[in-house]
Design a protein around this ligand. Structure first.
Ligand code: WTA
Length: 663
């Protein structure tokens, strides 16, 4: 069995519990957390019924809290309740306080930020929702959103929610081909986009990518183009319309569609073990509750706080913690268009000082990158407004955790290492700022309603007690768990609920240490996590294989100091090309192959290393042994274990030599 990690316990910073310095945390002791957690497990109907009534506004109250389970995959929450997510995120706050700032838009250029009030957001959302209706979009239709990080991206999401259309946001770093696949899979008839994007001082040709993607998407009837830069981009007559012109003709109020709690709210594509990305489907009431509850308790959000999540709206973190969670609570949310190093590596810290940010949420990869650039960039900025620092996307290594805690938090903030997934909708393992002592590198304890299990990966038996290691699963449904995969419920069952019957399987390995703290180790399936972006090995392999020179490929994740993992690709060329090629030929081909991956998936998926090899390690029955490739790349070729099952053990020597010569 793997070693069980451990680490020193760090108490809740005293400052957070001092009423003279900070608002009193909602959960202010470990004991209180334990009691509430116990209640959430033993009396879930009372616990979640109350939470859903306290945090959300229902146009018709629900009469049953829970239904179904993991056995049949028929999970439902808040049955018969009627609710609209845009009403909850916009109207109710606009009615109470229309002048309150909903969104602080921090543009790529630091001197161009802009505030959008709840009153304004309501008008914007209603107008765009009206345009969508006028273009024939109805409840249950899917709308693709391919947009830069501008306020209209938030408006787009909420406008869909207002009329009951499912949004399918595609991260604007995805290539035209990846966008095409997602539009086709979701059968989206309308695409919301922008002329161009701006990021780190560079221009991104958003509309061009959309045009390319839509060449093979005949189902798309309408494209609305938001004017981000005002560039002159080609418009297809009849199909493409300018956003501003369309909304300016539309009334500023449109009543929200009354939705059932279990009506779908959105789909979001993510990578799994197999090649084709899957559209993870979330429903309305449960998702919204998970989002609101975790912003309240995990970030200890109090009225007046300025909440800043640095993710992109194209990923689940942006959905839950830029848009739905903070806005459901009536918070001010920061929308950051730029990158942490533009114009200098002080950008985050300037942002915090400028807007007096109280909760700041980013990824270990950004923390590691900034740490490497030196402390001088973070020193001298007024970070005193901060109370909670969040981390998400991958395990945070203790060095990065300490740097975040010492240099950014100055030892006076809570660090919340939040573990969750696209499928979980909101945090499932995480510290609570005022209550749970932390350990550097551990996501600590389960959130309310989450009953965790560590399973033996082979037997599926639950490993009870402390000091155990295995795969991480959850024993019962919680409100924000995904309900299905769009158009393929069978795949949902097979991926998450069938591997270990009666459990939701996360795909991650984890340990529970001697104090009951959870340490998430990383994926146990063929998913690679590069800078917090999820990619499947199969997805990258199928991108490479379409190249005319390629016979076969094997892609693995290797450790990387900054990005967590990086991609290494082993490529066998077609006979005739395989051996005796010149160095120049190999160089050109490697470049072409990297380009190929950028083209099929997106720049963030490009392999860091590509090895042109003669053969791959396979068993006699032809099964590829990725484990051997991983070991060779990790420099552990002396502990390959038993290689006698390989069809041709001599392959290994050649691979070792290849990897060495490339290093
Ligand atoms: C990983 C992102 C360790 C994990 C919200 C998971 C983490 C995958 C953490 C989901 C964390 C996310 N500690 N690992 N705090 N947060 N992960 O769907 O492997 O993009 O399965 O959701 O990221 O990635 P996804």
């Amino acid at each position: 069995m793997a070693d069980i990690p451990d680490g020193e316990l760090y108490p809740v910073p005293q400052r957070l519990l001092d009423p003279a310095q900070c608002p009193e945390p909602y959960i202010s002791s470990l004991q209180q957390y334990k009691e509430l957690y116990q209640q959430s497990i033993e009396q879930p109907d009372e616990f979640f019924g109350k939470l859903a009534t306290d945090l959300l506004t229902w146009s018709k109250p629900f009469n049953r809290v829970r239904h179904g389970g993991f056995k049949y995959g028929d999970v439902a929450w808040f049955l018969d309740g009627r609710i609209n997510a845009s009403y909850n995120c916009v109207d109710r706050h606009a009615i109470e306080n229309p002048k309150k700032v909903a969104i602080i838009y921090e543009s790529d250029e630091p001197n161009q930020s802009e505030n959008i009030t709840y009153g304004q957001l309501l008008r914007d959302v209603c107008q765009l929702a009206g345009v969508l209706r006028a273009k024939g979009i109805r409840k249950g239709d899917t709308v693709a959103i391919y947009m830069p990080m501008i306020p209209e991206a938030v408006t787009a999401i909420l406008a869909c929610a207002r009329i009951g259309a499912l949004h399918s946001v595609v991260f604007a770093g995805f290539s035209a081909e990846a966008l095409r696949d997602r539009v086709q899979d979701a059968q989206s008839r309308l695409v919301l986009t922008a002329d161009q994007g701006r990021r780190g001082g560079k221009t991104i040709e958003i509309k061009k990518i959309v045009d390319e993607a839509l060449k093979s998407c005949p189902m798309v009837e309408t494209v609305l183009v938001c004017e981000r830069t005002g560039a002159d981009v080609p418009m297809t007559p009849g199909r493409d319309h300018w956003w501003s012109q369309e909304v300016s003709r539309t009334p500023t109020y449109l009543p929200p569609e009354e939705m059932h709690s279990e009506d779908p709210l959105f789909l979001l594509y993510t990578s799994g073990s197999t090649g084709k990305p899957k559209g993870v489907l979330h429903t309305t009431g449960g998702f919204l509750l998970g989002a609101a509850a975790t912003v309240k308790y995990v970030f200890d959000y109090h009225p007046g706080d300025i909440f800043a999540c640095m993710a992109d709206v194209g990923w689940i973190t942006g959905h839950t913690y830029i848009v739905y969670g903070p806005l459901a609570l009536g918070a001010t949310t920061v929308l950051f268009e730029s990158i942490p190093t533009y114009p200098t590596p002080s950008r985050y810290w300037e942002l915090i000082a400028k807007h007096k940010i109280t909760q700041f949420y980013t990824a270990p990869t950004a923390i590691r990158a900034l740490r490497r650039l030196g402390d001088e960039w973070v020193e001298g900025h007024d970070l005193s407004s901060l109370r909670v620092l969040g981390s998400v996307g991958e395990p945070i290594n203790p060095e990065a955790w300490h740097w975040y805690n010492d240099k950014v938090g100055k030892g006076r903030c809570a660090i919340v290492d939040t573990y969750w997934q696209t499928e979980t909708g909101s945090h499932i393992v995480t510290p609570l700022p005022g209550a749970i002592p932390t350990k550097a590198g551990s996501a600590t304890l389960p959130f309310f309603g989450i009953e965790l299990a560590i399973l033996d990966p082979v037997t599926g038996k639950e490993l009870t007690g402390n000091s155990v290691s295995g795969v991480l699963a959850v024993k019962r449904p919680w409100p924000s768990i995904a309900r299905s995969i769009y158009g393929n419920h069978q795949r949902f069952l097979e991926t998450y609920l069938r591997p270990y019957s009666g459990y939701y399987f996360t795909g991650d390995g984890a340990s529970r240490d001697k104090d009951g703290y959870i340490w998430v180790g990383g994926r146990v399936d063929d998913v690679i996590n590069v800078s917090g972006h999820r990619l499947s090995t199969a997805e990258i392999e199928s991108a490479l294989i379409v190249h005319h020179a390629v016979a076969e490929t094997a892609v693995i994740g290797a450790n990387d100091e900054v990005t967590g993992q990086c991609i290494h690709a082993f490529v066998c060329l077609k006979p005739g090309l395989a051996s005796g090629h010149s160095r120049a030929f190999a160089n050109d081909l490697t470049k072409e192959l990297a380009l190929q991956v950028r083209k099929v998936i997106g720049p963030f998926a490009a392999p860091k290393r590509i090895y042109l090899v003669e053969d791959l390690p396979k068993t006699r029955s032809g099964k590829l042994m990725r484990r051997i490739l991983r070991k060779i790349v990790a420099g552990e070729a002396d502990s390959l274990g038993d290689i006698s099952t390989l069809a041709d053990p001599s392959v290994v020597e050649a691979l070792i030599a290849k990897v060495k010569s490339a290093a």
